[in-house]
Ligand binder design. Structure first.
Ligand SMILES: [Zn+2]
Length: 442
């Protein structure tokens, strides 16, 4: 009953900005297995996880739980920014591998288990998992109750992930209630409480959220692959973390700007179209279009979406000596913390004087840094840098924005004659002979 009361207090249908995963004060991440060589999308190597924990600690983040959720839902200010480290399914390695690392770095987590699987401490076997179960039988298994209890004793919160990992919106009312209710009761009888829920597959709708409230949950987490604009206590959007999240790609997820981009409708549209065309990438391959660059590199872009796309191209440039040119903007200093950054003159649109200034800057930067390659995702800043780079005999690589689905931006058209390689992120955007489509980057 208390859970229901808390839910009512925080407002089931009420929009809560603090729970929206778009601010510096609260970051919501979703993990699965922490293992080496685990299944694509569902695992992260322990050494990468450790580097992420170190980074989060460096950023001054603390591991949040239900008390912090209550504060956020009520609009209170938290003294320190929180990161909610949620783990779905209750993998054996959460106890064996993740928990010691969490303890070492002083983070607590929220772990969502399926009681029938915990009973058997056995193999996960819902239909969507079949292939991965065959390929990774040692990874795809549940913790036992004694492990779950040990985690709860160490201060981690244990929540429900339902009984059978169903697609909740597809269930009839009775089955829906049973999945939500029984799993919560089982966990409560073992641990004394169960206030939080992670929807299996992250899937929910209004009926599911109402049923979760009726079953007594105070908070529930989604995993919106199609974007989610609003957040309530019973629909808190998380961002998935998997083995692709190294270095700056993970840093982007810690920044409010990066999370806004990942949860945006633009990114959702891209994923949806990609799914429809069956071009969903296997995560075993790092998402990198063939941008063949060597030596040293100068990365040029405006802030915002252009910067995010350049960050997601990290596999193409992470091993190179590099420097950046961008404009001052939201979160640039956070996103590029520790990188060598020069700020260009803005605004770049319709400003002849800034174009001249940026030409001078480009001349100075390219002579000073001596990059072999200039890589840009746009927009207008690419023009002066490509002009000067060509004069000085450097290689220019341009990646058109993923928002350009069947055409090319003005900046793209201007730099096309100068570019040694020109990539588009949609097949139909390859409107000129030398424009190449090799997949999307977000
Ligand atoms: Zn799950």
């Amino acid at each position: 009953m208390t859970g229901h009361m808390a839910m009512t207090a925080s407002g089931q249908g009420g929009y809560s900005e603090g729970l929206g995963n778009r601010s510096r004060k609260a970051t919501f991440l979703c993990y699965h297995s922490i293992s080496d060589g685990g299944p694509p999308f569902l695992s992260l190597p322990p050494d990468t996880f450790e580097r992420q924990l170190a980074s989060m600690r460096r950023h001054g983040l603390v591991g949040g739980g239900t008390p912090a959720l209550r504060e956020l839902a009520s609009g209170s200010r938290l003294p320190r920014p929180q990161v909610f480290l949620t783990f779905d399914d209750g993998y054996l390695d959460n106890h064996v591998t993740a928990a010691p690392l969490l303890a070492e770095y002083g983070f607590r987590a929220m772990i969502f288990v399926l009681p029938p699987y915990v009973d058997a401490a056995g193999a996960f076997d819902w239909p969507e998992l079949h292939e991965r179960q065959q390929a990774h039988p040692d990874v795809m298994r549940s913790m036992s109750w004694s492990m779950v209890e040990a985690l709860a004793e160490r201060g981690h919160e244990i929540g429900s992930h339902c009984q059978s990992h169903p697609h909740l919106p597809d269930l009839d009312d009775e089955t829906l209630r049973e999945e939500l209710w029984s799993s919560r009761e089982r966990i409560r009888s073992r641990l004394g409480r169960c206030d939080v829920l992670a929807y299996p597959f992250g899937e929910w709708d209004e009926r599911v959220a109402a049923a979760a409230a009726d079953a007594g949950y105070s908070y529930a987490f989604s995993l919106p692959s199609d974007g989610q604009r609003e957040a309530t206590a019973l629909a808190i959007p998380r961002i998935n973390v998997d083995q692709r999240d190294k270095g700056l790609r993970f840093e982007a997820k810690l920044s409010p700007f990066g999370r806004r981009a990942y949860l945006s409708e633009g990114a959702a549209t891209v994923r949806r179209l990609r799914r429809r065309r069956g071009v969903r990438r296997e995560a075993s391959s790092v998402p990198e279009p063939a941008v063949p660059v060597t030596g040293s590199i100068l990365l040029v872009c405006s802030p915002g979406g252009h910067l995010l796309q350049l960050l997601t191209l990290e596999p193409a440039w992470r091993d190179l000596r590099r420097s950046w040119v961008t404009l001052a903007g939201a979160d640039v200093s956070h996103l590029l913390d520790g990188e060598q950054v020069t700020f260009a003159h803005g605004p770049t649109n319709r400003s002849l004087i800034n174009l001249v200034r940026n030409l001078v800057l480009a001349w100075r930067e390219i002579r000073r840094r001596r990059p072999d390659t200039i890589l840009s995702t746009g927009a207008a800043l690419a023009v002066p840098f490509f002009l000067v780079a060509k004069l000085l005999g450097r290689r220019c690589v341009y990646v058109e924005s993923l928002t350009r689905i069947s055409s090319v931006s003005l900046s793209g058209r201007l730099v096309y004659p100068l570019a040694d390689a020109f990539f588009v992120q949609w097949p139909r955007a390859a409107v000129r002979r030398r424009m190449r489509y090799e997949g999307g980057i977000l």
